[in-house]
Design a protein around this ligand. Structure first.
Ligand code: FAD
Length: 386
């Protein structure tokens, strides 16, 4: 119906073709069974779409962030769910930016060819929540190992990942120390860890998201798995988070386009009172508004991408892109359900599934309130509220 995407036409066409092999019935069945989309992930891996950001010297395609955004946007636009694999695209960025040469050689080629899955990211904890500096999971050095104790929550895809990027406290908090100091990033090999000090428990959620709780009980991990410098983990994770926020914003744009397309098509076809429902302004206006808001959010995503690719780490733009795009996708989802009337609630239309899936992004990976707090403090210069 509309095509605002002017770039990466070849990538977008290829993703659309791949996604056509995974239609609504595929996702509905997985949703009913709360199962992982293994064949979808395998197809993306085989065609190299999950390694677009890995430099060519390590076996990836070495493309910029905007290419990954095009991949993820197009997946969502086709009605698929990129949440099952998006972390495989960007989590490796922490190794790429802060890992040693040996770590890059050891991990990146296998992540690029898909033999190693790095798609679990353990930051959030049940007690600390958004207050990352207050996390309680500790990693204490004992000989050549870290001994890790604590708990993570909402660690998505842990059951479908070989490695987990973990943020843990390696230096105890002392008076005068900033809460965000003393945290480190440690790569945990889940293949060795499960059953040897690490337990994963799935959490059932309103959408099919493969998310879990992870418990650490004297788990031993070699100290050589520390990424970058001890105590600087919060900074490293934050850098990666901006890329994640921009990519998730691109996914939301894809969702919004899917909802608007679906609703516009239906509004043109469905006849009630002897005329298409789309002739009524009560149906048109919510869709027109959702479209305008999607386009505005898309401009912010493009701005954030351009800044990121120019070498700055655009905290404000990444956050605004994520917030505006998540709001736009949910507005479009709501208008789409309303346009479909009762049929919007029927499983076979895929709308209720996508509605549940896209709702997440107003909460994760960062909630709207925290984005507004960030903008208030860091952009507007207002006093810190917490
Ligand atoms: C399906 C799913 C998958 C996830 N996957 C991952 C993952 O893979 N890895 C990972 O580490 N985490 C993951 N998360 C966690 C996610 O990032 C957090 O849920 C999110 O950041 C919000 O944190 P919280 O749930 O602890 O909420 P809380 O911090 O408890 O906040 C609850 C509410 O209070 C608000 N609030 C809190 N403090 C303030 C304040 N000062 N001012 C105004 N409002 C405030 C928040 O905005 C929120 O609305 C996932 C979450 C979900 C639901």
């Amino acid at each position: 119906m509309f095509d605002t995407a002017k770039n990466y036409t070849d990538i977008r066409d290829a993703i659309a073709k791949l996604c056509a092999q995974f239609p609504g019935e595929y996702w509905r069945k997985l949703d009913r069974e709360m199962a992982y989309p293994t064949t979808f992930i395998e197809a993306l891996t085989t065609d190299g779409w999950l390694s677009v950001l890995i430099p060519e010297e390590y076996g990836g395609s070495g493309l910029p962030l905007s290419a990954a955004a095009a991949v993820l946007e197009e997946m969502q636009r086709a009605g698929c769910n990129g949440a099952a694999c998006h972390a495989q695209i960007y989590t490796m960025g922490t190794i790429l930016r802060h890992g040693s040469d040996a770590q890059k050689q050891q991990y990146l080629p296998s992540i690029a060819d898909g033999t190693l899955r790095l798609q679990a990211f353990g930051v959030t904890e049940p007690t600390s929540g958004t207050d990352t500096g207050a996390l309680r999971t500790t990693a204490k050095v004992d000989g050549d190992d870290f001994v890790i104790n604590g708990q993570k929550i909402w660690t998505s895809r842990a059951e479908h990942s070989d490695l987990m990027m973990l943020l843990a406290r390696t230096t105890p908090l002392t008076d005068g120390m900033k809460k965000t100091q003393g945290l480190s990033v440690i790569l945990v090999d889940l293949r060795d860890a499960v059953g040897n000090g690490l337990t994963i428990k799935p959490i059932k959620t309103m959408m099919n998201h493969a998310t879990t709780e992870v418990f650490f009980d004297n788990l031993r991990v070699p100290t050589s798995n520390l990424i970058g410098e001890e105590g600087k983990g919060f900074k490293y994770i934050l850098t990666g988070m901006n890329a994640e926020r921009i990519l998730i914003a691109a996914e939301c744009i894809g969702d919004a386009k899917w909802f608007i397309d679906k609703a516009v098509n239906y509004a043109g076809e469905r006849t009630v009172f002897d005329r298409p429902i789309g002739q009524n302004q009560g149906i048109q206006f919510p869709l027109a508004k959702a479209y305008a808001n999607m386009r505005a959010a898309e401009l912010m995503v493009n701005d954030a991408l351009a800044l990121y690719e120019s070498g700055v780490n655009p905290g404000a733009e990444a956050n605004m892109a994520k917030m505006l795009a998540a709001d736009a996708s949910f507005e479009a989802a709501n208008a789409c359900i309303q346009t479909h009337g009762g049929f919007g609630f029927a499983e076979e239309y895929d709308i209720e599934r996508k509605f549940r899936e896209t709702r997440l992004y107003q909460v994760a990976p960062i909630s709207t309130n925290l984005i507004l707090s960030y903008l208030s403090e860091h952009v507007l210069g207002l006093p810190r509220s917490y």
